[in-house]
Design a protein. Structure first.
Length: 182
């Protein structure tokens, strides 16, 4: 018997879609919120804040997005896209991941695909192969490939997370239906 899932499930997926899309928009507009050519090389390392001095004069929105990028991404200039003659706050692979998560939650908002965890492994395999080969060999990927593998992995991750939300909600709904009334 197919049980109707609570509205909270649809709201949770819609909220995830809205948050992921808002985050992607903030990343995409941040280079336009500062004068052209302000940030041309913010290369660094993951887990550091090497570029704080370059972010001092930025408006609060751009400063926050670039500051988070500085902490969570290596931001290598040759692995990043440029908009408005400014380096983006995240590298091309991370941009792809964020775009993929937004796209995946968008799909899950309107359609419920059945996603098994092993399918997620297939979705991240190209990213793992591309990034892994880069890490252990002299192979150098390119930004369109990094973006594409990030999108694929992001879509897979969002669909898998949405499936978990659906399954948990369905289990809770079935448990509630089985509970004897008092």
């Amino acid at each position: 018997m197919m049980m109707k899932l609570p509205h909270i499930t649809a709201r949770a997926i819609l909220l995830a879609f809205a948050v992921a899309t808002l985050w992607l928009v903030l990343i995409l507009i941040s280079p336009y919120l500062i004068p052209a050519g302000t940030l041309t090389d913010i290369s660094g390392r993951v887990g550091g804040h090497e570029n704080e001095d370059q972010f001092e004069g930025l408006n609060p929105v751009a400063h926050a997005v670039y500051w988070l990028g500085d902490a969570e991404c290596h931001q290598l200039a040759n692995r990043s896209y440029f908009l408005n003659d400014n380096q983006m706050p995240f590298c091309s692979r991370d941009l792809g991941l964020f775009a993929g998560v937004a796209l995946g939650f968008g799909i899950a908002t309107f359609y419920r695909p059945k996603v098994k965890p092993w399918l997620y492994l297939i979705a991240i395999a190209p990213l793992a192969l591309d990034g892994g080969l880069q890490a252990i060999t002299s192979y150098e990927s390119n930004n369109p490939l990094r973006l594409a593998t990030g999108v694929l992995a992001g879509v897979g991750l969002a669909l898998l997370l949405a499936e978990f939300v659906f399954v948990l909600a369905q289990d809770a709904s079935e448990a509630k239906a089985k509970k004897p009334t008092e």
